[in-house]
Write a protein that binds this ligand. Structure first.
Ligand code: G6P
Length: 612
C-alpha cells in the first residue's frame, strides 16, 4: 500500500525520490508526490493523481524542484478519493511544513474539528492533513520544532510512518514511526528513510529498522534516533543481504514471470541452510524444543495466498503430528475470540511481515498467552520482530503483487517445520522421514522440470483466455492448491473464478456447470486421485471442459476425461503441492498476458495490505 521514500543528501533530491517511488510502485497506489526543500528554505511540492509517469510528466513541464533534502510518497486512497489534492505530501496552511504519512490517524476528525475552530482551513479529505496542520499549529505556539513533533505524536492515535520537512530547517528531515514500517538507510551520499527496503537498495544496504515511538532527525551526515522521551538511542545497524538486481526485471517481461522462474533457486535457499547431514535443523527453534513437545493445538493464521499456505499446513501438520491444526483467516481470527492458551502454537504466515490483520492476530494470540511462530520473507519486518520465533523464507524480494515464490517457499518451510516437529515428538518413522527429507532436497530440480513446459501452459492459456468463469476443484492438498490457483487467476486476469473442495461441488455449485464451462481439476494428490476422477466425470457429464493437473502416476486416470492435462513429476504426496502450484501460476500468468492485463500491478490490489 502507501510507500514512503525520503532523502537527506548532497545531490538533487527529486530524481532520488522518483527512483525510490518507482521501486515502491509494486505496493499498489493511486497517486504520487514529492516535496523538496532548498538550502534557503524554499519548500516545493508536486503531487498528482495517477501513476508515477503522470507525476514525472508534470515535473518535466515546470521549473525543476531544487533541493537535496526531500520526501516522496505513493498513496493508496483510504480517507478521501484518489485526487491531486488528497495526494501526499501535505503542507500546512502556512506553507512551512510538509508531511508524508503511511497508516491511519484514528482520531483525525476530532483534531480536525478543533483546528477548524481555531481558524485553520483544510484543503484535503485526508486524515494525514491533520498531522501537518497540527504540527504547524504547535510549532507556532512552541517555537521548537522537535517539541511540536512530540506534541503531535502524543495527540494523534493510530498508525503512522512519516517523513517531515520544515522550511525553517532546510538541512534536515524528521521521521517518526508507530505500527507502520519505516527504515533508515545509511548511504555514502546521504541518509534515507523508506517504508520498504527495495526503495533503498540502489543507495545502501546498511539500515536500521525504526521501532514504535521512535523519532529520527537526519541530515546528509548524521542520523540521530530518539525514544518517545527524547533520549538519544544507540541503534544497531543491519546489513541487507538482498541485491539490487533481485529487485529488477532482469530481461523478463514481468516481475511475476521472473519470480515464477526463480522458484528453484528460492526453494533451495529456503531448504539448504536448514539441512545438515540429512537432518532438518531449525536453529531458530532448537532452544525451545520442550515447548514444541507440549503443543496441544496449532492455528495457522494469515491472509490471501499466505492463508492458502495455512490450509496446506493444516493438512500436513495434522498428518505429521496428530495435533489438531486449523487454518484461519487473520481478519476473522482476530475478532473470533479464539480459544488460545499456553499450549497453543499460533503460526503467522506473511510474505511482507506487515499485513495489518495478520499483525493484529499475532498480538491477540500473544495477549492470550500463546506463543507465536512466524514464517516471513521480509527480514526485520513487524511480524518477524514481534513473534517469539521467526523462520525466514529467504525467497529474496518479491515485487509482483501476485505472490509466487513467496508462496512456494512458505509452503516448503512449513513442511520442514512439520517434519522437524514430528521428529521432536517421535511421531514419524525413520523411513518416512528420510523419504520426505530426500524429496525436499530434490524439489528444486523437479520444479525446474515443471518450468520446462512453458509452451504447454502458454498454449492452454491461449485456448481458454476468453472464458469468463473458471472453477477449480480438488480434494485435500489439491483443494488447498485450488484455492491458490483460483486466486492467482482472478487477481491478475480479472476472470471470475471459484475454488471448491471437489466433494462439495454437488451441494450447490454444480448448478453453474453448463456446456463449455472450464473446470480446472486437480488430481495430483495420489491418495484421493480416484475420488477426483468421479468428480471430474460429474462435471464432464454436464458438458464442462476439464483442464487437469496430474502427476506421472495419476495421469492415466484422468486422461480420458480431460481436454488437457498438465503432467507434473510425482513426488511424496505431502510435497506434491509445491510442484502443483507452478502450472497454475503460469496458466494464470499467460491468461492475463493474453487479456492484456497489467500483470505486475493488478487493479485495486496492493502487495502489502497495511489497513484493516
Ligand atoms: C495481499 C497480496 C497477496 C498476499 C496477501 C497477504 O493481498 O496481494 O498476494 O497473499 O496480501 O500478504 P502477506 O505479505 O501477509 O503474505
Amino acid at each position: 500500500m502507501c510507500g514512503i521514500i525520503g532523502v537527506a543528501g548532497n545531490t538533487e533530491a527529486v530524481s532520488v525520490l522518483l527512483d525510490g517511488l518507482e521501486r515502491l510502485e509494486y505496493r499498489g497506489y493511486d497517486s504520487a508526490g514529492v516535496a523538496v526543500v532548498s538550502p534557503d528554505g524554499n519548500l516545493q511540492v508536486k503531487k498528482c493523481k495517477g501513476r508515477l509517469s503522470v507525476l514525472r510528466e508534470a515535473l518535466s513541464r515546470q521549473e525543476p524542484l531544487s533541493g537535496t533534502i526531500g520526501i516522496g510518497h505513493t498513496r493508496w486512497a483510504t480517507h478521501g478519493e484518489p485526487s491531486d489534492v488528497n495526494a501526499h505530501p501535505h503542507v500546512g496552511q502556512n506553507g512551512k511544513i510538509a508531511v508524508v504519512h503511511n497508516g491511519i490517524i484514528e482520531n483525525y476528525l476530532e483534531i480536525k474539528q478543533s483546528l477548524i475552530r481555531k481558524g485553520i482551513s483544510f484543503v484535503s479529505d485526508t486524515d494525514t492533513e491533520v498531522i501537518v496542520q497540527l504540527l504547524e499549529y504547535y510549532y507556532g505556539k512552541k517555537s521548537d520544532l522537535m517539541d511540536a513533533v512530540y506534541a503531535v505524536l502524543n495527540r494523534i492515535k493510530g498508525a503512522y510512518a512519516m517523513g517531515i520537512l520544515c522550511s525553517d530547517f532546510p538541512g534536515q528531515m524528521i521521521a517518526a514511526k508507530k505500527d507502520a514500517p519505516l527504515l533508515i538507510g545509511y548511504g555514502t551520499d546521504g541518509n534515507y528513510i523508506a517504508s520498504d527496503v527495495t526503495a533503498l537498495l540502489a543507495h545502501t544496504k546498511t539500515v536500521t529498522y525504526m521501532e514504535d515511538d521512535e523519532v529520527a532527525v537526519m541530515t546528509p551526515d548524521q542520523v540521530q534516533i530518539f525514544d518517545r522521551d527524547g533520549c538519544l538511542l544507540e541503534k544497531e545497524k543491519q546489513l541487507i543481504a538482498w541485491d539490487i538486481s533481485a529487485a529488477e526485471k532482469g530481461g523478463y517481461a514481468h516481475f511475476m514471470l521472473k519470480e515464477i522462474m526463480e522458484q528453484p533457486e528460492a526453494v533451495w535457499k529456503t531448504i539448504s541452510p536448514r539441512l545438515a547431514n540429512g537432518e532438518i535443523v531449525l536453529e531458530e527453534l532448537a532452544e525451545d524444543a520442550d515447548f514444541m513437545r507440549g503443543i496441544s493445538r496449532i492455528y495457522l493464521v494469515a491472509c490471501g495466498s499466505a492463508y492458502h499456505v495455512g490450509v496446506v499446513g493444516k493438512y500436513v501438520l495434522e498428518k505429521l503430528l496428530h495435533i489438531p491444526a486449523e487454518a484461519c483467516l487473520a481478519s476473522e481470527f482476530r475478532y473470533s475470540e479464539p480459544v488460545l492458551g499456553e499450549s497453543s502454537l499460533v503460526i503467522v504466515i506473511s510474505q511482507s511481515g506487515e499485513t495489518l490483520d495478520s499483525m493484529a492476530a499475532l498480538r491477540e494470540a500473544k495477549r492470550k498467552g500463546s506463543r507465536v511462530l512466524s514464517i516471513v520473507n521480509v527480514m526485520g519486518s513487524s511480524i518477524a520482530r514481534e513473534s517469539d520465533y521467526v523462520l525466514y523464507t529467504w525467497a529474496g524480494p518479491e515485487i509482483a503483487v501476485a505472490t509466487t515464490k513467496a508462496y512456494t517457499t512458505q509452503m516448503v518451510l512449513l513442511l520442514m517445520l512439520g517434519l522437524w516437529m514430528a521428529r521432536q515428538l517421535n511421531r514419524i518413522q525413520e523411513g518416512e522421514y528420510r523419504k520426505l527429507v530426500g524429496g525436499l532436497e530434490q524439489l528444486p530440480e523437479k520444479i525446474k522440470k515443471v518450468l520446462g513446459n512453458l509452451d504447454l501452459y502458454q498454449k492452454a492459456a491461449s485456448r481458454y483466455f476468453n472464458h469468463n468463469s473458471v472453477f477449480y476443484i480438488g480434494r485435500n492438498l489439491d483443494y488447498a492448491l485450488g484455492l491458490e490457483g483460483s486466486l492467482k487467476l482472478k487477481e491478475i486476469s480479472y476472470i471470475h473464478s471459484e475454488s471448491y473442495a471437489a466433494g462439495e461441488l454437488k451441494h450447490g455449485t454444480i448448478s453453474l456447470i453448463e456446456p463449455g464451462t472450464l473446470v480446472v481439476a486437480l488430481a495430483s494428490y495420489e491418495p484421493l486421485a480416484e475420488k477426483m476422477l468421479s468428480n471430474i466425470v460429474e462435471v464432464t457429464s454436464r458438458g464442462a471442459e476439464v483442464l487437469a493437473v496430474a502427476t506421472e502416476k495419476t495421469e492415466g486416470l484422468v486422461n480420458s476425461q480431460a481436454a488437457e492435462v498438465f503432467v507434473i513429476p510425482a513426488v511424496h504426496p505431502l510435497l506434491q503441492p509445491v510442484l502443483g502450484v507452478i502450472p497454475l501460476q503460469l496458466f494464470a500468468y499467460y491468461i492475463a498476458l493474453n487479456r492484456g492485463c497489467d500483470i505486475d500491478k493488478p487493479r485495486n490490489l496492493a502487495k502489502s495490505v497495511t489497513v484493516e
